[in-house]
Each structure stands twice: as C-alpha cells, then as structure tokens.
Design a protein around this ligand. Structure first.
Ligand code: 13P
Ligand code: SF4
Length: 303
C-alpha cells in the first residue's frame, strides 16, 4: 500500500467517511473504494451507511443524488470540474418551456441530470429501470429527458406510448461508431457484443444485449459465453476482468473514454479528505422536489 493510499484510509476512518467510486472511475480509485457501482446504487448504499462524510468519486450529478438522498451527510466531490455533458444539455428553463408546449404530459428524467432538472420532473429513471418506470405511468404520452438514445431504446418496447424526446446525448457513447463495432465483431466472431443504451440506435441494434453498467456485470457473470465486446466506458473493464478471470473482455472502441470520469486521481481523493472539500449540496426546496421524483422512481416495483 503506498503512502497516499495509507493516508486516504486513515482519513476515511478519522472522518467516519465512506469512499464511493462509479464503475467508470480509474482502476486505482475503484481498487480502494468501499463501494463501487452505478450512479444511483451508490447513492442508495451511501444513504444506508452510518458514515458522516461521503467521498463521491464520480461526476457532479451523482454527488448531487447522494446529497438529495443523504441530507444529513457531507458529500464531497474530489473534482468539482467533473461534470456530465449530457446532464448539462437540459436546463430547468428549457424543460419548463417544453412542458408549457405539452401541458399535462408527465416528465420522465434520466438520473444523468441536475438536481434542479429533477425538481422540475415527475419521475426519475436509470438505464436499469427506465422501461419499468415508463410502463408504470398510465399516460399514453411522455416527455423523456435528456438522453434521446435511452429514450428511443425504451420506446421500442412500448409501441403503445408516444414520446417527446429531448435531443440530449452522451458524447462518449455517441463516439462509438457502427464501423468500429463491425470491425471488432469481424476480429472476434465468437464474442458477444454488449452495449449501454446511451449508444446511438444503429449501434444498439448490433448488440446481443443492451443494459446498464450494473446489468453488464450480471450478464457477463451469468452468461456461458467466454468472450465479450464491451460497448461502454472503458472503466467498466476493471471489475469485469477482476470478477471473471476466465473470460475475455474487449473494448468496442478506443473512443470509449469519458474525460470527466477520468479526472479523479488518488491525490484528489486525498486532498478532499484533508480539506473536507469541495462540498456538493442542494438547496432544501430543490432537494425536496428532486427527492420526490427519485422516490416515485424507487416506488416502482422491481422484478
Ligand atoms: P449508470 O447509471 O449505469 O451508472 O451510468 C451512468 C453513466 O454516466 C452512463 O454513461
Ligand atoms: Fe455523462 Fe457520458 Fe460521461 Fe456518463 S459517460 S458521465 S453520460 S458524458
């Protein structure tokens, strides 16, 4: 264990802090995290612990979700400049304008969004539960923000519903081209292709399975296949390889690197613990309304 890691561990204990790392974080950050997982699972786990401080190694909207669900805990985001371009593509003003044009139509908002946008929404969803959330709503027409690709992917399974999409997207997933996937498939004809529904529809159409990051761990663990082409951010390979030493994982495209997810270093984590900053907080009126949208999602029965 190097000195930085030792010091991080000491400070975590001293401050009664828990270290969370998203599945896309750098390997060395995931390696020392108390909990790794997808964006919402991390916030929910953190809310359950008796930690007083949450160090969230991820991007801004994820730390906000933790702050929404854990108002009594201090939430630190070691790199305050780690944002999510897709989340930034929708603003509360823009969403209100869309709602005015479609009065009474419920808004389903992907968790990759700001707390303020969540506060202007009826219900949230993740990539893991988007279809269930959509199906749980009685209305035939829905506004879906901000990810046009996740929205269109879900819409395929509910032809009885009409969708109004926000044209947001993840620049990292959209950088993966059909040509790159076809090249990898030709090189590895015995591999399954698994991708995230944030990919462009023509890429998702090539997939043997499309699912969230947590869904990918389950799928690859339980599948009898031995070789997988992975169509999501490169950070996911760390735990896939750790958990499945007998299987082979190939990144579908070298473009699958989210610059924001790669910002946080061990030194940033150490600095956050030494200074107990930068803190991410959500004003109480926004927090309560955003929490309602998250709670409605959490009330949707799982399998
Ligand atoms: P998850 O919700 O699967 O963690 O994904 C978050 C994300 O940023 C995907 O690009
Ligand atoms: Fe946002 Fe895409 Fe990065 Fe996820 S991978 S944090 S959606 S930019």
């Amino acid at each position: 264990m190097n000195d930085t890691v030792k010091e991080i561990k000491n400070l975590l204990k001293q401050h009664k802090a828990v270290l969370l790392a998203h599945n896309y974080m750098r390997d060395e950050v995931q390696e020392i995290a108390d909990i790794t997982g997808d964006s919402l699972a991390l916030s929910m786990e953190a809310a359950k612990t008796d930690a007083e401080v949450i160090v969230f190694c991820g991007v801004h909207f994820m730390a906000e979700s933790a702050a929404i669900l854990s108002p009594d805990k201090k939430v630190l985001l070691p790199r305050p400049d780690a944002g999510c371009p897709m989340a930034d593509m929708v603003t509360p003003e823009g969403l209100e304008e869309l709602k005015r044009r479609h009065p009474g139509v419920p808004v389903v908002t992907y968790v990759n969004s700001s707390a303020e946008v969540k506060a202007h929404s009826d219900i949230c969803c993740t990539s893991a539960n988007a279809l269930k959330v959509v199906k749980s709503l009685p209305e035939e027409e829905l506004i879906f923000v901000p990810d046009r690709n996740l929205g269109r992917y879900v819409a395929r399974f509910v032809p009885e519903k009409r969708f109004i999409f926000w044209e947001g997207y993840c620049p990292t997933h959209e950088r993966m081209t059909v040509e790159a996937v076809l090249r990898k498939k030709a090189e590895h004809p015995d591999a399954l292709f698994i991708c995230h529904p944030e990919c462009a529809p023509e890429v998702t159409a090539l997939a043997d399975h499309a699912c969230s990051t947590s869904g990918m761990y389950n799928y690859c663990r339980t599948s009898p296949a031995k070789k997988f082409i992975i169509g999501t951010e490169a950070g996911i390979l760390y735990k896939l390889r750790l958990e499945n030493p007998d299987k082979e994982f190939i990144l579908a495209s070298p473009a699958l690197l989210c610059p924001n997810m790669k910002l946080t270093s061990l030194e940033d984590v150490l600095h956050a613990l030494q200074t107990l900053s930068p803190v991410v907080s959500v004003p109480e009126d926004i927090r309560l309304r955003a929490r309602q949208a998250l709670d409605r999602m959490l009330a949707v029965p799982r399998d």
